[in-house]
Structures are given as structure tokens and as C-alpha cells.
Design a protein around this ligand. Structure first.
Ligand code: NAD
Length: 427
């Protein structure tokens, strides 16, 4: 009998989608996932592709392509960021949506995973063009999203302002204010205290826990961070607050290194006055993004793109802890190299950067209730959920005798599969 083609495989096929599928297969094998549940737990439920015409300041209209992928609908609405980056493809968005599913299930949030993206370089757009793109993208996906359907949030290349435009566009369409349609908004329109720094703070919290387990004092820890956007910069600030020394930072334009420690306030001030970028900063020796990853440091934090730790550089990493703030920074083959080395503790992405979706969940809950929490309440609840997830992963790792990534995936995937099994298959 002819084997049926894998549904979706041709549409999403790409290095990053295959990587997410490979991770799934390894974890599903480990927990012996029932064959009837396997494919329907793995593959994205549905996707939407849109074209987005934007009138540029020079009077010309350019058309961009955008996507929204909803991975599974078994636990509630879907949740996930929107990325504006030139490299966005539907395969990347689908992989990111899968990881959101495992992450939400792992930390116990009532969501399936989703992700969205537009293939565009937002830095090449004027503020007016960026607003036009953001509003038109939301306009096109309105039938696909909503507070109980799918709730977007910021990701690479998008921010609070973009979320405010999207919330406004949706609200104008339905005729009343709907703050719960997106999270990561400014406080003035129903954002949550603590959301902007949640992902970076969560990364720092888990790094602190890992270093304590290794008995490495934070005051002796050196940190190298690739990506100085929302997540990378906030992680740097929080880790400095814990007493660690930031020795390298970078963004898309390149990086800076000083083994004695960088002047973080100066870097933050430069980025704030240069549309978030580090280009032109004079704070250390220039270093490439590739070389940064191989610096001797206690903690290496990739906080930009996926697939930057490869079998090529994995043997040369000189960190004690790899804290995956970015989604999918380590390829499957690099995982094997790191496992064989045995000298690097990996804090896998679906745990490491889960602070963002945790506080996004808090924002959604506050918006639905129109009852807002203090910053102290938000942070206390954030650390509580992070600690619970971390301890669950450590227990699962001991139980299954496997690397931490597989333990985290096994928990997340197992919970999604259990929900599907309990609900049964709608005819
Ligand atoms: P951001 O747009 O605020 O910052 C991205 C940073 O990466 C910028 O400094 C940019 O210059 C840099 N960058 C882009 N391309 C690069 C390249 N080719 N080489 C080196 N650096 C490059 O985005 P962010 O929100 O900080 O997201 C960063 C990562 O964290 C992404 O992988 C994202 O999926 C993940 N993440 C974000 C959140 C969140 O709450 N924002 C939550 C979970 C995970």
C-alpha cells in the first residue's frame, strides 16, 4: 500500500520545520506516544497566508507576504508572537507555533501554540509605513484571531507600539475596545505591569537557578548575549542586577566585547536613541556574531535567531551554561555534539524564554476581567510558574534519564497529547 504523504510537509518544509519535527519525534519516541495521536499532535492545525499592500512614503505601493499558523486548538485559544523579519517563511512560523504549543503546555497555560510573521525588514520602514503594515496585517487576519480564538503578542521586530496599532485596528472593526485580542500592549491600553521585561527576567531567573545548582557565584559569572532587543537587553539588565558581568553583546549589525565588563547603561542609551540598534556604539572591541558565540564565558545567551548553534561551532563553545532565550537556537546535530561533550548545561528554549508567554497570559486574564494587578503580584506569579516548570523538567529528566531539552519537550508534548486523547476525535 502506498504510504500517505505527511500532511503539511510540503507546505511547511524547511530546515527549521524539519528541526522542530525531529525534536518532536525524539520526544514522542521517548514517551512512547501512541501512533494514532502522533501525527495529529505534531502537525499544525491550520494556517493563513495574507498579502499586505503598504503605501510607502515615496508614494509607491509595495506588497508584503504574511502568515499566521495555529498549531493546536485542544486546550483553549492559541497564543504566540508576530515576527517582522526579512527571513520569515511559513515553515519558520509553523516551527515557532509548534514550540509555543509545547511551551504553553509545559508551564500549564490554557493555550495552544500559534505564531505569525511578515517577511519584511522593519528597520527599513518609516514609522508611518510600519504602522500601515501592522494595521493591514491585523486587518487581514481578523477572521482568524480574537480573545477566545487566537491571541497574538510581540516577537522579533515587533513591540508594544505595534501591538497597540493591532489592538486598535481589531477594536475599530468590531466596534468596541477589545484589549484581550493581543498581549504585550502598552500599559495605557490594557497592557500588564512587567510584560516588557518578562522574557528577559525569566531568562535571568533560570540562569540564576542553574548557576546556584552548579555552585557558581553570580558575582563570578560572565555573560555573552547575542541579540540586544527586548529579550537580550532585558536579560542583560536583570543578570547585572543579580551581580553578573556582561562581557559581550550584539545585534544584527555586529557585536562588542570587553572581558572586564561592558557599560550596559551606555549601550542601552545608545540603542534607545538609534531605533534599538547598537551600530556606532563605542563601548568595547568589535566582534562578529559568530565569534561572540565562541567566547569564553560562564553563560552564553543566544537571544536572536534560530539555528545559530550548529555542529560547526558546538565543539568550540566555551560556556558552562547555554541559556536559550531565542526560540530554536540549537540545531538537532548541535544538540548531539553538546550531549556528547557533557560539560554544558542547556536551559532549553521552551523553558528558558517562557516568562514572555506567562506574563502575556496574565495580561490576557487581566484584560478579560478588567482587573489589573500590581507589578509585585505579576513578578511573584511569574517566578512561581517558572520555578514549577523548572522543577518539573528536572524531575522528568531524572525519571527519563535524558537531556533537559527532551525532558521539557516530553512534558509539553505529553500534555498536549493527553488533552487530545481525553477530548477524543471529532468525526
Ligand atoms: P527584538 O526584535 O526585540 O530583538 C531582536 C534582536 O536580534 C535585535 O537586537 C536584532 O538586531 C537581533 N538580530 C536580528 N537578526 C540578527 C542576526 N542575523 N544576527 C544577530 N542578531 C540579530 O526581538 P526579541 O523580542 O528580543 O526576540 C528575540 C528572540 O527571543 C527571538 O528568538 C524570539 O522568538 C524570542 N522570544 C521573544 C519573546 C518576547 O517576549 N519578545 C518571548 C519568547 C521568545
Amino acid at each position: 500500500m502506498k504510504t500517505p504523504a505527511q500532511p503539511g510537509s510540503s507546505l511547511y518544509d524547511s530546515d527549521v520545520f524539519r528541526m522542530a519535527c525531529r525534536q518532536f519525534d525524539l520526544a514522542a519516541d521517548l514517551i512512547g506516544l501512541d501512533s494514532d495521536l502522533r501525527e495529529r499532535t505534531k502537525l499544525p492545525k491550520r494556517c493563513l497566508t495574507v498579502t499586505i499592500p503598504v503605501k510607502h512614503d515615496d508614494g509607491r505601493v509595495r506588497v508584503y507576504e504574511g502568515y499566521r499558523v495555529q498549531h493546536h486548538l485542544s486546550l483553549g485559544p492559541t497564543k504566540g508572537g508576530i515576527r517582522f523579519h526579512p527571513g520569515v517563511t511559513i515553515g519558520e512560523v509553523a516551527a515557532l507555533a509548534m514550540w509555543m504549543s509545547w511551551k504553553c503546555a509545559l508551564v500549564g497555560l490554557p493555550y495552544g501554540g500559534a505564531k505569525g510573521g511578515v517577511a519584511v525588514d522593519p528597520r527599513a520602514l518609516s514609522p508611518r509605513e510600519l504602522e500601515g503594515l501592522s494595521r493591514r496585517y491585523m486587518q487581514e487576519i481578523i477572521p482568524f484571531v480574537g480573545p477566545s480564538i487566537d491571541v497574538p503578542a510581540p516577537d522579533m521586530g515587533t513591540n508594544e507600539q505595534v501591538m497597540a496599532w493591532m489592538m486598535d485596528t481589531y477594536s475599530n472593526q468590531v466596534g468596541n475596545s477589545v484589549p484581550a485580542v493581543v498581549t504585550g500592549k502598552p500599559l495605557a491600553v490594557g497592557g500588564s505591569e512587567g510584560r516588557r521585561e518578562a522574557t528577559g527576567r525569566g531568562v535571568a531567573h533560570l540562569v540564576k537557578r542553574q548557576l546556584e545548582a552548579l555552585r557558581i557565584p553570580l558575582s563570578e559569572a560572565t555573560i555573552a548575549i547575542q541579540g540586544f532587543g527586548n529579550v537580550g537587553a532585558e536579560a542583560a539588565v536583570a543578570l547585572r542586577g543579580h551581580g553578573a558581568k556582561i562581557i559581550a553583546i550584539s545585534d544584527v549589525s555586529g557585536g562588542f566585547h570587553d572581558p572586564r565588563g561592558l557599560d550596559l547603561d551606555s549601550a542601552l542609551a545608545h540603542a534607545a536613541s538609534h531605533r534599538g540598534g547598537l551600530a556606532g556604539w563605542k563601548g568595547g572591541d568589535a566582534i562578529s556574531n559568530e565569534a561572540l558565540l565562541e567566547l569564553p564565558c560562564t553563560v552564553l545567551i543566544p537571544a536572536a535567531l534560530e539555528r545559530v548553534i550548529t555542529p560547526g561551532n558546538a565543539p568550540r563553545l566555551k560556556c558552562r551554561v547555554l541559556a536559550e532565550a531565542a526560540n530554536g537556537p540549537t540545531t538537532n546535530d548541535a544538540d548531539r555534539v553538546i550531549e556528547a561533550r557533557g560539560d554544558i548545561e542547556v536551559i532549553p528554549d521552551i523553558v528558558c524564554n517562557s516568562g514572555g508567554v506567562i506574563v502575556s497570559y496574565f495580561e490576557w486574564v487581566q484584560d478579560l476581567q478588567s482587573l489589573f494587578w500590581t507589578r509585585a503580584e505579576v513578578l511573584e506569579k511569574l517566578y512561581g510558574l517558572l520555578d514549577r516548570a523548572w522543577e518539573a523538567v528536572e524531575a522528568e529528566r531524572r525519571r527519563l534519564r535524558c537531556p533537559r531539552r527532551l525532558a521539557a519537550l516530553a512534558l509539553g508534548i505529553g500534555r498536549v497529547a493527553e488533552a487530545k486523547a481525553s477530548r477524543g476525535l471529532f468525526p
